[in-house]
Structure formats: structure tokens, C-alpha cells
Write a protein that binds this ligand. Sequence first.
Ligand code: SAH
Length: 367
Amino acid sequence: MTSLPLVFDAPKRGLPPRHLADLSTEQRRDAVTDLGEKAFRANQLSTHYFARLTADRDAMTDIPAASRDRLADELLPPLLSVVRHVACDDNTTRKTLWRAHDGTLVESVLMRYPDRVTLCVSSQAGCGMACPFCATGQGGLQRNLSTAEIVDQVRAAAAAMRDGELGEPGRLSNIVFMGMGEPLANYRRVIDAVHRICDPAPAGLGISQRSVTVSTVGLVPAIRKLAEEGLSVRLAVSLHTPDDELRDTLVPVNTRWKVAEVLDAARLYADRTGRRVSIEYALIRDVNDQPWRADLLGRLLHKHLGPLAHVNVIPLNPTPGSKWDASPKPVEREFVRRVNAQGVSCTVRDTRGQEIAAACGQLAAEG
Ligand code: SAH
């Protein structure tokens, strides 16, 4: 065993003050009465934040001014402010750079498709997993995001969609924890954020759990724990190669939990939830794109997960200074064909946001 830094309980350093979106419905009621206000004010505040999607106290005119100030000062501290938005793909993709209360920078990406609208959220500022092909992995972990900092990315995106900031007004339907950070290394806050995102308004934002994807490098104990949460979110596992030798270098946490253990945990998750697991595979030219690796991947997934696996091939997005590149299209097609030939479903992920450094693995928040 190697000595990877233990990342499960990164320090509380830098976390923002308590916010409404950190709290469950009961905790909100307690917080409001502790401030000397009537319990029903918790519901009013929640309706503004989670149903009307506003954190602006001036809009909360159903609450008397003195109470409003007390409640907003204590329960709606400013969390994230927009540094800038950058759009591309004909204004169907928009990346937002956010500044947190302590100056920390994080990014989220909103993508509009014909049949759905997806927000890619960050769960940490930076990332401690050090995958060499990922821009976020190069800078290390700055800190965890609070539950409310995660939820506020979603609230802002839902408001932006409703207000027609990405073309016709629409509804934010899907959330992927595929922005900056390793969500399962910020476990409790991410689980709480899933509840806030999915509980019906005014407890939460009312997005279906089935439309939320949590993506992980493969922190096995955390996957096992997630399987017992009683949630129906989709799990995505960033596998990137079926063999331990290469995976030890592409996903360094593999030196701690091997491919077979990761796939066993994924199987447990699929069995508990009845949901197919997404296997993420960033295809890198001459690194992990060989026909034999496709065959091995197909065989392994067939054995561990059978019809409960779906492989998402992501053409590698080169990051600044990286020596790696995406595989040529014919190599990619052959890879997909070989995985399919083992009876495992496999498709190529559509990549958005490349020219604004908003594609998978490009989020680096340089300021
Ligand atoms: N830490 C989590 C979620 C963040 S990244 C995880 O690793 O799953 C979301 C996905 O983008 C992961 O599968 C990640 O490996 C992939 N990715 C990272 N850098 C990439 C790059 N440069 N090109 C393509 N995919 C990349």
C-alpha cells in the first residue's frame, strides 16, 4: 500500500458561514426560531430560495423588513458571486467562474440540449486526486465546497434557464457532479446537496434524483456507503483503463483501490439501486486506446456488471502543457465496436465547451 494523502476529511478551512441551503427543513425551522422569529418564516425563506430561486432579500416583501434583515444576515450570507460567464456552441454552453467568500474560485458549466438541460457542478475547489490528464488535478485541492456552495450553483443555473439566459426560457433538468473536485471525497456535503437539489420545493429544488449523476475516481468505501443511502442517483466511475498497471498512473488512487474492487463496489451500487453504472473512459491516443484494452474492458465489465454497465467514451480534451491527445476517430470507432462486441453498451460522449476550456477535465479556474 502506498501513502496517498487521506482526503476524506479535508479540513473545514475556508468554509463559508452557515446558509439556508446547508440545512434540512427541521434545521431551518430551528434556526429561525433560535433567531427569535416565527417558525413559518423558515418556509417563507425556503420558498424564495428554492421555489422562486432568489437569494435577494429585497424581493422577499412578504417578510417584514426587520425580520427580513435578521433572517437574511444569518441564513442567506453571500456565497458565490459571478466573476464572469463565457458562452460558446451557439450560446448553448455557458461556463461560469464563481468567487467564494474567501476568494476561492470554482467553475460550473450549463449545457442546453434539445431534450434536456444539464449543469456540471463543482464539489471542491481544486481536487486532490492528481489524475495527470485532468486540468483540475494539476493544482491540488484547495478546499471542500459547503453544501450550500454546491446547491447555489444549481439554484443560479435554474434561475438562468427560467429567465432565458441560454436562449428560450427552459428548465434545468439534469445535474452532473463532473466539475471540479472528487465528490465522494466531500461525502457528507455532497449527499446533503443531493437532498437539497432533489427534494420537492420548498424543501429543495425539485430535480429528479434519477437525473443526477455522481462521478468518482473510485473511492471504494465511499461507493459502498453511497449504495446504502437509499438514493436513486446515477453513479459514474472514471475507469479510463481496465488494467491496474496503467490505471495506477492515470488515476493514482488506483494504487489504493484496484480495478476489480472498484467494479465490485459499482456492482453493489447497481444491485442496491437498480441503476446502470456509467463507466467513464477518457480515450487517449496511444495510451489507453489499444484494441486489446477494449477487449479486456468489455470482458471485465461483462463479468462484473453485465447489462448494468454503460461505457461513456470521452475523447480526451488536451489540457495546457499536456503531452496527450485524443485518439483518431477510426481508433475510437474500433474501440467502441470491440466493447460492444463483448455485449457491453458503449457510446461516445458529445464534448461541449472545448473552445472556452469548459470541456471535461478543463476546469481550472485561473481567475
Ligand atoms: N473527480 C470525479 C469527477 C470530475 S471529472 C471523477 O474523476 O469522476 C469528470 C470526468 O471527466 C471524469 O471521468 C474525468 O476523468 C474526466 N476527465 C478529466 N480530465 C479530462 C480530460 N482532459 N479529457 C477528458 N475527460 C477528462
